[in-house]
Design a protein around this ligand. Structure first.
Ligand code: HEC
Length: 121
């Protein structure tokens, strides 16, 4: 039941994120900052709101790389620090989330990403 609920919330959040963000990938601005509802969300919901548009709903990739391959899993099997750093700093195309997400939020997304089951497109 809880899973279904968060899946539905995830879809809703992704829809809102798409509406507000599409075509503006450089700036993921303050949008959810004061949204109490989202401050209590899990890594999954945050992933869907912030990451799924590039990395796919299940981490299978899209504009960004697949996050569930063996190579990726191997890279961060010992700790979440690499995932956390990537989220904070961003990359070449990937935006930085340091100003948009709290440390706790970033940690919960990293924990979620690490546990994603392998998927291929
Ligand atoms: C605008 C598209 C975009 C968004 C949004 C995005 N990413 Fe990325 N991500 C990328 C791209 C592209 C790369 C490859 C490196 C680069 O060019 O930035 C990447 C790389 C990564 C990597 C490093 C993979 C490796 O090889 O080590 C991780 C981890 C990651 N992203 C996680 C996330 C998470 C978690 C979020 C949400 C908080 C997110 N990304 C949001 C596009 C995106």
């Amino acid at each position: 039941m809880k899973l279904i609920r968060s899946a539905l919330i995830g879809v809703g959040v992704a829809a809102i994120a798409n509406l507000t963000l599409f075509g503006n990938s450089g700036d993921l601005s303050p949008r959810f900052k004061d949204n109490e509802y989202l401050n209590n969300t899990t890594g999954e919901e945050l992933y869907r709101a912030n990451c799924a548009r590039c990395h796919g709903d299940n981490g299978e990739g899209g504009k960004g790389p697949n996050l569930t391959t063996e190579n990726k899993k191997a890279k961060w099997k010992d700790s979440d620090s690499k995932i956390i750093r990537q989220i904070q700093k961003g990359g070449f195309f990937m935006p930085s989330f340091r100003k948009k997400l709290t440390d706790d939020e970033i940690r919960s997304i990293a924990a979620y990403v690490r546990e994603l089951p392998p998927v291929s497109k």
